[in-house]
Each structure stands twice: as C-alpha cells, then as structure tokens.
Write a protein that binds this ligand. Structure first.
Ligand code: GLU
Length: 442
C-alpha cells in the first residue's frame, strides 16, 4: 500500500514555524516511505480564507523545497461533501438542530452552574416532524450534528501510543452550518477517505478531533488511517504559537534573508531526541528522519538558535551557490570578495554592508588623526598581496612604538569605518591602495 500523507493548512493567515513543521514531518514521512504527499487547502470558510494566503502557502513550501504530488482546495468539493452528508442523513447519523447560539450558551451556563458535563444535551434529536416544521415556519434553518455512538474510542497513535478517548465527554459535533457550509471535522474526514490518506500526522491539539473523525470515517466507510499526534512547538516564552504571530512566519524569515536549509534543519530536529544542528542538504534531512524520535513534549523555538544555524549555513555557501544572488546585491562582488567576507556574515544579504565599505568612496574621519597620518606616510606601493599588511604594520610599529589593539584598531576604523570585520590582511587587498588613500581623511 502506498503511503499517502497530507498537509492541510487553512488559508487564514501566514504559515508559521509550527505549521511548517507539521508539513515537513508529513513530507518526510511520505518521502522516506516512497509515498505521496498532498497539499490540501482547507478553505471551506470562505469569509476567512484568502487567495493571497493560498499563494503564500504554496510559495513558502516551494521556497523551502517541500514539493507535493497533488493539491486541491476543499472549496472545490462542496458537492462531494453534500453527497456524503445525504448518505449520513439517510443512515440517521446526522440530525437537524434548531438552537440559536444564545440558547446553546444558556444551556452551557446552566450545565456549568450545576457542575454537569458541558456537552450538547441532544434536545433536537427528539424533535417531532411537526416541531421541526414549526421552527422552519418561524424562519429558522437547522445546523446538523453528527450522532456520536461510541463511548470510548481507542487507537494506537504512532507517537502517543495507545489512546482511549471518552466520547461521552464530547458534544455531538456540528458538521454543517445553517448556510449549508460543511465544517472542518467533516470535510477533512471525507477528503481523507477519498484521497486514500494512509497517515495523518498533526498537532496534538487535534487528538479529540481524531476520535470524532474516526467515528465519522467509520460511519461513511471504514477507517484505514494511522494517526500520529506530535506536541506543538511553543514560543521561547512558553506561549502557544499563533497565526497572528507574524515574527515567526516563514514569510518574515524569508524577508529577513534566512536560508531555507537553516529553517529546515531546525524544524527537522526541534522537539525530537536528535540534536539541533545544521544539515548539509534536504537529502540528509530525509535520510536521518525518524518519526519515532519526535518527542511528545513541546519544543521551544529559540530564534538565536535559528540565527546561529543560518550563520553557519552562510559560511558554508560557495561563490557558485550564491553568485546569482550576489549579482543582484552588487555586481562587483567576485569570488575572492565572497571568500573573504562570508565568515563575517549573518545572512548572505548582509554582504551589502561590506561591498559598500569596499567599493564606496566614502570619506572616513579618523579619530586618531596624528597616528593615522604617520601610518599613511608608510603606505606600501602597489601591487598589494598577502604580505602587504604585515609589512606595513611592522613599519608602523617601528615608527610609532604602538602594538596590539592600539596599533590595529584605529587603522581598521579609519579604513573601514567599522571596529570589527574580516582579517585586515585580506580586506585591504579588496579595498586597494588607491581607495584607502582617497578615503582616509586626517
Ligand atoms: N486545517 C486544519 C488545521 O489547520 C487541518 C488539520 C488536519 O486535519 O491536519 O488545523
């Protein structure tokens, strides 16, 4: 049997690290089992779903290298959901309910006050045809609930082990709204059947949904899906991640020029028993993936860790890997430049700061004027090479008697305007004699 997994985001916001982690796990599970990975867009709620987010979701996945074998939007399947709805209705598994939200809220408060279970009391289940007609004549339209029949639902969760959910503590779920729109619990179950999904891997906030969905699936067909629920990632503060939390969206990471491989390396290992480290490639991530190493306690996102992984990745990139990107930043950046600068960068795009320093003709006002003046009197002739810096600074040392930081730091500041950066012996070769003479104002 071919393994088929899916990632099913609702296009109501940007994908964040937690969402993408679920996508990655499903993708890795499919890829390591020679299976298929489907992208399903959960857009039945047309008011909240936005095309803009659908495009962003697809772009995020593509940018990260998470490819899918098939994709569809739930909004294209309303007819199919209606068909399955009619089937459940004919089987007596769904029933119309006429309570208004206010009435339901009142019931819930009463249950709370009397200390009882806060579950729907099934009043509408016993309505006579006449009573139903009465409601309809009053202009009320029904919403539809699924009649849960199992008391306890058990399954062997690939991550959490044996689970045993008490369905009597849950309300009969609403599957169709008054306006005929199916709700997630139902459309997801129908799609998982129709697309022959073999493995549903998702956050453990869905555990009780799973119990309900297994019962719905069994009412329509027969459940063949193996479920796995992973712990959700948390923010470093310990808070839940939210779609409104744009700082950790993939979109914002892309805008801050983080490398896809750094993000994927973090997501493949965070919240697992594997150590967090930079991977060489997506292939390495695939070959090291093991579902069972995913922990059932939540991993916390530390942005510093992500930045450190990114820095490592930038330093590993060869000129050929980035030459196209560098062209867009500054055409003058060549291989020698890149190799000199990359160890100082947090992001590839950070190279711009250094190309400005090396190629721009800005004047730098030296602080230590007298000292810089005497140093400039000793400036070696062209051509400059590997040894130029050593020769020059030895001569300065002899003349001024300075050494260490006192000798080097004012020179670095006068030539680059920065107090740190790549090795000066390399950097001055990039800047060149002419530009240094032009630049230094004493
Ligand atoms: N649209 C649902 C969500 O984003 C999908 C959950 C699932 O079935 O995987 O939570």
């Amino acid at each position: 049997m071919t393994v088929i997994t899916r990632f099913a985001p609702s296009p109501t916001g940007l994908l964040h690290l937690g969402n993408i982690r679920t996508a990655l796990i499903n993708w890795l599970y499919a890829r390591t089992h020679n299976g298929k990975f489907i992208l399903r867009i959960d857009d039945t709620d047309q008011e909240r779903s936005k095309d803009e987010y659908i495009s962003k979701i697809k772009y995020d996945l593509e940018w990260l290298g998470i490819d899918y074998d098939d994709t569809f939007n739930q909004s294209s399947r309303f007819e199919r959901y209606r068909e399955q709805f009619e089937k459940l209705k004919a089987d007596g598994r769904i029933y119309p309910c006429y309570e208004t939200p206010e009435e339901l809220e009142r019931k819930r408060k009463l249950q709370m006050a009397s200390g009882g279970k806060q579950v729907y009391d099934r009043t509408s289940l016993s309505l006579t045809d006449e009573e139903k007609r009465g409601y309809e004549d009053d202009g009320r339209k029904p919403h539809w609930r699924f009649l849960l029949q199992t008391e306890r639902l058990k399954w062997n969760d690939l991550l959490k082990g044996e689970l045993d959910i008490d369905l009597t503590s849950l309300s009969d779920p609403v599957l169709f709204r008054e306006d005929g729109v199916p709700l997630y619990t139902f459309s997801s179950a129908v799609d998982d059947i129709d697309y022959n999904i073999t493995n549903v891997i998702r956050g453990d906030d869905h555990t009780s949904n799973t119990a309900v969905q297994i019962e719905i699936i069994n009412a329509i067909d027969k459940n063949r899906i193996t479920f796995a629920h992973h712990a959700l990632l948390k923010a470093s503060s310990g808070d839940k991640l939210s779609k409104r939390d744009n700082v950790i969206s993939i979109d914002s990471f892309r805008k801050s020029n983080l490398e896809p491989l750094a993000i994927l390396s973090l997501l493949a290992t965070i919240g697992t028993s594997q150590s967090i480290e930079l991977k060489d490639s997506l292939n390495q991530i695939i070959s090291e993936f093991k579902l069972e190493t995913i922990s059932t306690s939540p991993g916390r996102i530390e942005i510093d860790v992500l930045n450190a992984l990114n820095k490592k990745q930038v330093q590993k990139l060869n000129f050929d890997d980035v030459s196209e990107r560098l062209k867009n930043i500054d055409e003058k950046i060549d291989e020698k430049f890149w190799n000199t600068i990359r160890s100082n960068l947090e992001t590839v795009e950070g190279v711009k700061q250094w190309s400005d320093i090396v190629f721009d003709s800005k004047l730098i006002e030296a602080e230590d004027k007298e000292y810089i003046k005497s140093a400039m009197e000793l400036i070696p002739d062209d051509p400059w090479d590997e040894n130029t810096w050593e020769l020059w600074t030895t001569a300065i040392k002899e003349k001024t008697g300075r050494k260490g930081k006192e000798l080097f730091l004012p020179l670095r500041e006068a030539f680059t305007g920065m107090s740190h950066g790549p090795e000066m012996k390399l950097l001055i070769q990039l800047i060149g004699r002419e530009k240094i003479l032009e630049r230094v104002k004493t």
